[in-house]
Design a protein around this ligand. Structure first.
Ligand code: C5P
Ligand code: C5P
Ligand code: ZN
Length: 464
C-alpha cells in the first residue's frame, strides 16, 4: 500500500471516532500552519454538523493539557500533539493530526487516534505540513477538496517548499488536487516576497532570501536598479509585480540574475531567485490572500501576537473587519522582523565549535525569534552550523533553532537535540530535524549551549 493510502486509512479511523460526537474542541498552534490547520478542521466539522470551539496555543505544555482535561470534551489537536502523546489526558477521546516528530515514550491510551506522516514513512518537515495533515483528516470527514488552498498556505508558511524550491511529496498531491479543483494555481516565478501587494522596488529592498548585496536595505539603489532596466522609468505610479507584462517580468528576472552573478553571489543563492509560486485563484488579485507566501505571513502576524482569532477569521472567509485588523498587525510584524534582524546585526552572532547563537533577551518576542533566527542563518556568511536563538518568555527562556538542508543531510536533527538537551536542564523541546524549539528554565542557558554543542557535533558528519 502506498504511504499516502495507509495514511488515509488512518485518517478514516480518526474521522469515525470524531463523528460519534456532536461537540468537540480543536486545539492548534499559533503560526500560519497551525491557523490554516485549525480552519480546515473547523470548516470540515461545520460541514458535518459537529459543534466545536477552536483554541490556538503557543505550545502544548502541561498547563494546556490540564485545561483540555478540565474541559472534558473530545479534542482534536492539529499541528501539535505528537511530541506529547504520553501526557495526553486519559479519559477523553483524542485525535492528534500533526507532523512534528513523535514522542517515543511509552503511550498507553485507549482513546487516542494518531495521524502523523512520520508513522507512514512520509517526512513531516518537507512532505506534509500540519495543515496538510488536517486536510487529509478533513477528506475523511467529508468532501472538502476546496480546502486544499489553505493546506498549501500552511505548507508554504512552514517553509516546506524551501528544500526543492517547490512543494513535494504529499504536499504536492494536495496541491494537484487543489489545482484540479480550480482553487489553486502554481508556476515558476520570481521568489521575492510581496508580488501581489508591494510596489516593485520594495521586493528588492526587503529581499532577505536571497539577500541582494547593494539592494537589500537600500531603497535608492533598488529604485535605480529598476529604472535602469526600464521599469517605472517615466515617473508613473509604482507598479507591483503583477502589474508587469510578461516581457517586463522576464527582464527583471534576467537582470537580477546578471546582477547577482556580477556580485559574485553563490549559485545556491542565485537559484533561489526563481522558485514555484502559489496563487489562490478565488482570492482577489492584489490582495495578500492571493499569494500563499503573503497569506502565510499575514497569518503569522496575527497568531504569533496573541491574535489567532483574527487570523482564523480571515481563513474562514472574513474579508472585512478582521482582515483590516490583520493588515494592521502585518505592518507591525514586518517592523518587528526588521528590528529583530537589526538587533542581530548589531549584537553579533557567537560561534561555538558546532553551533552558533545569539541571545535576544527581551529585544525580540519569543514567538518570532525563530523567524529571525531562520532569516539570520540564510543571510549569514556561515551556514554550516545551525543557528540557535534565545529570548525571554513568561515560561522561562525560549530557544529556537534553525538549520540548513545540507546539515540535515549530514545527520543534523534539531528536534532530537533540543528534546534531549532541554530535558537534561529541566526544560522541554521538540519540532523537526531542520527547525525546532524548546523552553528551558532561567539560568540554564550556558549548560544547555554546552550540551547542544556536543550533541550537534555528534550528529553531523564531517563534510565530504
Ligand atoms: O510548528 P511548525 O511545524 O508549524 O513550524 C515549523 C517551523 O519550521 C516554521 O517556523 C518554519 O519557518 C520552520 N522551517 C524552517 N526551515 C525549513 C523548514 C521549516 O525554518 N526549511
Ligand atoms: O518556536 P519555533 O518557531 O522555534 O519552533 C520551531 C518548531 O519547533 C515548530 O515546529 C514548533 O512547533 C516546534 N516546537 C516544539 N516544542 C517546543 C517549541 C517548538 O515542538 N517546545
Ligand atoms: Zn506545522
Amino acid at each position: 500500500m502506498s504511504d499516502y493510502i495507509s495514511m488515509k486509512a488512518r485518517a478514516d479511523l480518526c474521522a469515525a471516532a470524531i463523528k460519534k460526537h456532536d461537540r468537540v474542541q480543536v486545539v492548534s498552534h499559533i503560526d500560519a500552519d497551525g491557523l490554516t490547520a485549525a480552519a480546515i478542521t473547523s470548516r470540515a466539522l461545520d460541514r458535518c454538523g459537529i459543534e466545536h470551539d477552536v483554541k490556538c496555543v503557543k505550545q502544548l505544555d502541561r498547563k494546556v493539557l490540564g485545561d483540555v482535561a478540565d474541559a472534558n470534551v473530545p479534542t482534536i489537536f492539529t499541528d501539535l500533539g505528537s511530541g506529547m502523546l504520553s501526557e495526553m489526558p486519559l479519559d477523553i477521546e483524542i485525535v492528534v493530526a500533526d507532523h512534528h516528530q513523535i514522542d517515543h515514550r511509552q503511550v498507553d491510551h485507549q482513546h487516542l487516534h494518531h495521524l502523523n506522516p512520520h508513522l507512514f514513512g512520509i517526512d513531516g518537515s518537507t512532505e506534509l505540513s500540519g495543515a496538510g495533515c488536517a486536510y487529509i483528516f478533513a477528506q475523511s470527514l467529508g468532501e472538502n477538496r476546496d480546502l486544499a488552498d489553505l493546506a498549501v498556505v500552511g505548507a508554504v508558511g512552514d517553509l516546506q517548499a524551501r528544500k526543492f524550491g517547490k512543494l513535494v511529496g504529499c504536499n504536492r498531491k494536495i496541491l494537484r488536487k487543489g489545482a484540479d479543483h480550480g482553487v489553486i494555481g502554481y508556476k515558476r516565478d520570481l521568489s521575492l516576497f510581496g508580488k501581489q501587494t508591494r510596489q516593485m522596488y520594495k521586493l528588492l529592498q526587503y529581499s532577505s532570501d536571497p539577500y541582494l548585496p547593494g539592494l537589500t536595505g537600500n531603497e535608492g539603489a533598488s529604485i535605480a536598479f529598476l529604472k535602469k532596466i526600464g521599469i517605472n522609468s517615466s515617473g508613473e505610479r509604482w507598479k507591483r509585480w503583477i502589474d508587469l507584462d510578461e516581457g517586463e517580468q522576464q527582464k527583471v528576472v534576467s537582470s537580477l540574475v546578471q546582477y547577482c552573478i556580477s556580485k559574485r553571489m553563490s549559485s545556491y543563492h542565485i537559484q533561489r531567485l526563481v522558485t514555484e509560486g502559489y496563487t489562490l485563484t478565488r482570492e482577489r488579485e492584489g490582495t495578500e490572500m492571493r499569494d500563499a507566501s503573503e497569506y502565510s505571513t499575514l497569518l503569522n502576524a496575527t497568531g504569533r501576537y496573541g491574535s489567532a482569532d483574527i487570523g482564523l477569521a480571515v481563513c474562514l472567509g472574513d474579508r472585512d473587519k478582521e482582515l483590516a485588523r490583520a493588515k494592521k498587525k502585518l505592518k507591525e510584524h514586518q517592523k518587528n522582523l526588521a528590528k529583530g534582524l537589526n538587533f542581530v546585526k548589531e549584537q553579533g552572532i557567537t560561534e561555538l565549535d558546532h553551533i552558533q547563537y545569539f541571545d535576544a533577551g527581551s529585544s525580540i518576542k519569543d514567538t518570532i525569534v525563530g523567524i529571525v533566527a531562520g532569516m539570520s542563518l540564510t543571510n549569514h556568511r556561515k551556514r554550516d552550523m545551525p543557528m540557535l536563538a534565545f529570548a525571554d518568555s513568561d515560561e522561562g527562556v525560549k530557544v529556537s533553532a534553525r538549520g540548513m538542508q545540507d546539515l540535515v543531510r549530514r545527520g543534523l536533527n534539531l528536534a532530537d537535540a533540543l528534546e534531549a538537551c532541554a530535558a537534561k536542564v529541566g526544560g522541554m523541546g521538540g519540532g523537526h530535524n531542520i527547525a525546532a524549539g524548546a523552553t528551558i528554565p532561567d539560568g540554564t542557558k550556558d549548560e544547555f549551549l554546552e550540551l547542544m554543542d556536543v550533541m550537534v557535533g555528534e550528529q553531523v558528519a564531517p563534510e565530504g
